[in-house]
Write a new protein. Structure first.
Length: 441
């Protein structure tokens, strides 16, 4: 019997599980993959975008900053402390959650549920997945396992009781199993998908000199020396072509056949904290909207973007100074999805709520990240004032003890595009866990 089961060990899920356990709740975190961190780690979505300086439900973020900095895997760049190393993040998260008392199950996912009689409350969740069997041995001083140790796998397939459940899967996978009501996904309300990758062996100093010479706009191309290391970022998009200083370079590459127009439609790079000479690339981005629930379409899109990764890497080596000896060091484990299912909650948060800075009695976050829509005619709408999100937007309208956290929240399309970023997802996870701890009998 658990007080709380959190399904999904990504951004919102780890914050929820850590916070709940720290508040004394017996907490189980279920993650279908082998590592924690979701899109931050496996998806290489780093650094975090700065969502504002509010103090509402920021404890987990600040704790993570502290723990990452202890192993030189975090920096503060341009006032943003969310520059994390994606390769080391899963280890830190695993350690933090276990120290907080969270029970972790990797390679595990929900397949069914049971309800209390005459109630809209979920009684238990049936889990399934491959789990390593327990074993006992003494680790040798040279960290080599004894030769007679064998590992076996068994299938966990049982109902585990719980008082509360949080779906932090991004796609609201458990909400789908529950047959919850979801907000309508209109044809024009979708976002383009991307496949991220990293390149190592970059001469960052040479790249910085090159970028300084061609781009004096420090909002587009910020460059900063932190603890003796140069860190930077820059971007380009095919929209409003003449306004980007990198446009002539991409135009030349497309004309030469080194890139397709699709491959050149979006480009963004960041240095990686604690990894000298490594650059994270927020691209390639697929230039057409896809059905993210059609497995064949997703697989075909992934294959297309996978090929584009190698072409973009070669483009960087040929056209951008500092990349001459660079190589692909990591590729995300899947395409990055910005919007999918959004649950119908007890309150549907709207674009009007966001733009009017509407306040609420029980806010789970306060942020000022812009409305950010990735599509052919997409745009970024800056928000002048901060906005709040109510706890009711994380409560299922169908079940009394079922909550969500992360991008599957109850919000309209435009509002979700502003709230889907990682720092806001951290706050959602922390906020809903604190709420549950408060009402837990």
């Amino acid at each position: 019997m658990f007080d709380l089961i959190v399904i999904g060990g990504g951004t919102a899920g780890v914050a929820a599980a850590y916070t709940a356990a720290s508040k004394g709740l017996k907490t189980l975190l279920v993650e279908k993959k082998k590592i924690l961190g979701g899109e931050m780690s496996g998806g290489l979505v780093v650094p975090m975008m700065d969502a504002g300086k509010s103090s509402i439900n920021r404890d987990f973020f600040e704790k993570l900053v502290t723990e990452m900095s202890k192993i030189s895997a975090q920096i503060e760049f341009q006032g943003n402390k969310g520059w994390f190393n994606p390769h080391l993040l899963p280890f830190v998260l695993d350690n933090m959650l276990k120290n907080a008392g969270v029970t972790l199950l990797y390679n595990t996912y929900p397949i069914d549920y049971q309800l209390h009689e005459k109630s809209l409350c979920i009684k238990s969740v049936r889990l399934c997945g491959k789990i390593l069997s327990e074993y006992n041995y003494s680790i040798h001083s040279d960290n080599i396992l004894p030769k007679n140790i064998s590992f076996t796998c068994s299938m966990l397939s049982e109902y585990i009781e719980t008082r509360y459940i949080i779906d932090a899967t991004g796609n609201c996978e458990f909400g789908k199993i529950l047959n919850c009501n979801f907000l309508e996904n209109k044809i024009n309300e979708n976002q383009l998908v991307s496949l991220r990758f990293c390149m190592g062996g970059v001469d960052v100093e040479r790249l910085a000199v090159f970028l300084k010479a061609i781009d004096s706009d420090r909002e587009v191309t910020p460059i900063e020396v932190i603890e003796g290391k140069t860190h930077l970022s820059t971007a380009f998009t095919w929209d409003k072509k003449e306004s980007w200083v990198l446009y002539p370079i991409f135009k030349k590459a497309v004309e030469a056949g080194d890139l397709t127009e699709q491959e050149a439609n979006y480009f963004q790079i960041f240095t990686v904290a604690g990894s000298d000479g490594e650059i994270a690339l927020n691209c390639p981005r697929y230039s057409e909207l896809i059905d993210v629930f059609d497995e064949k379409i997703v697989n075909d899109t992934h294959e297309c973007l996978y090929r584009s990764v190698f072409r973009l890497a070669n483009f960087c080596k040929k056209y951008l100074k500092g990349f001459e000896n660079a190589y692909i060091s990591a590729i995300a484990d899947g395409i990055g999805i910005r919007c999918s299912r959004r649950i119908k909650g007890k309150y549907v948060y709207t674009e009007a709520d966001l733009k009017s800075s509407k306040t609420f009695d029980n806010p789970v976050l306060e942020a000022n990240y812009p409305i950010d829509v990735h599509k052919k005619d997409g745009s970024i709408e800056k928000i002048e004032k901060s906005y709040q999100l109510p706890i009711e937007s994380l409560m299922s309208a169908d079940f009394d003890n079922f909550f969500v956290a992360g991008r599957c929240l109850s919000a309209d399309f435009k509002a979700q595009s502003a709230l889907r970023v990682q720092q806001s997802c951290f706050s959602m996870g922390e906020g809903v866990a604190k709420y549950i701890a408060q009402i837990n009998p």
